[in-house]
Design a protein around this ligand. Sequence first.
Ligand SMILES: O=P(O)(O)OC[C@H]1O[C@H](O)[C@H](O)[C@@H](O)[C@@H]1O
Length: 500
Amino acid sequence: MSASAWRKLEEAERLPLTVLFEAEPDRLSRLVLEEAGLRFDFSKTHLSRAMIDAFEALAGERDLSGAREAMFAGRVVNPTEDRAAEHTAERGQGAPESVARAQSMHNRMRALVDAVEAEAFGPVRHILHIGIGGSALGPDFLIDALGRDSGRYDCAIVSNVDGAAMEEKVADFDPHATLVVIASKTFTTTETMLNARSAIAWLEQAGVADPYGRLIAVTASPERALDFGIDETRILPFSETVGGRYSLWSAVGFPAALALGWDAFETLLEGAATMDRHFRLAPLAANAPVLAAFVDLHYAAVRGCGTRAVFAYDERLRLLPSYLQQLEMESNGKSVGLDGHPVARPTAPITWGGVGTDAQHAVFQLLHQGTHLVPVEFLAVVRPDHGLDFAHHRQLLVNCFAQGAALMAGRTSDDPARSYPGDRPSTTILLEELDPASLGALIAFYEHRTFTNAVLLGINPFDQFGVELGKEIARSIDGGGDVRFDPSTAALIERALGEI
Ligand SMILES: O=P(O)(O)OC[C@H]1O[C@H](O)[C@H](O)[C@@H](O)[C@@H]1O
């Protein structure tokens, strides 16, 4: 049934961006939204009024409102795992019993933050957080964005199983003043478990009296943390219904709550809740995550753009692209629909990006003159957060705005090598300030946009079976035994690991 809505989208007249501004004089008032201290400018994209109407029709056919309510109500929206997706309950938006459960888990988390601050573990200066994927990217991003000069604790996030990662991170840490946080939703992830063992060995070798007494577990499988030897009082649980890549609001955010302080962590949750309410209540055509998803779908699903690029013109947001890569690509990198059939059109594009202005001097050539059409997303913050001359910030903003304008306008020249085709789309997200509230709202915006994309594509954004096969084969290689591999893999194993 939604075939006709997609057909309308495919057949909709595609006007050049500059023409769209003339044809739709009210473009700015309709396509620039201000919400929760964030300004979303979708006007430099090819979304025409007719396309928005067609997307709204698609949203109606796909029952976006129903799906959204089902998610907030804690109903099963992840059918392949028979689970709800209740990350919004962490910020007070969800089924009352889920909100209450999240609240009691936050209370535990807060009590532990207070205990660390009250020196219940002796003087603590360093936090070694061990986790990978969703158990690392969120806290890493938060601490890097907001905790630079908090001066509270040195936090190191170790994710890679490469011993060099751990070695480098703990080099300057005093083991006697370090708390080790082991974050894993399943508490079975090989990399995390191995890194946790090595951290314990590091504490032991330094003569720390009770290494296990300095471990804190963050997990949705508390029984496994108990088996690992961590005392119940130092286990911070979170709900099975909070997916890894949606989990920074839960106990997974513990190192961020320590690094930024509890008040800041709560403000982050409130910022996200503001975006939750907006997503839930605003009409579709004035709903930031929904409009962003329309833009995404126009380029990826209708026009077949294989990538989308995100450039933050702010050093504090340098980890945003890595964070978004997991959120968007692990959620929507699917090729079967909820109905079990192959999808009819491209799903998530490849998310990539970097920081401005650095990226301008490295990859923007392709954006301006390459053969790929890449929808670009720019982020910038009105107020800087450094003590240097304002000229630095001015240059950032000036360049950010210039790039969007140049991509759209292009320029003709007698010399083809010096011509710019133009008509290249961009979205700009401008934050008044980068603080816990605006960052919470920004991340929640991306979550809801990802969800909306999934609903309109008819896919499940909350499972990730694609990552399992490689893990299984790694286990077989690791376990040796009589497993047969293809000749290439067998030769690699023999060359690097010897007979196994
Ligand atoms: O938190 P954990 O259970 O250790 O999982 C860590 C990560 O590993 C998996 O492979 C998934 O792809 C991720 O979604 C998850 O966040």
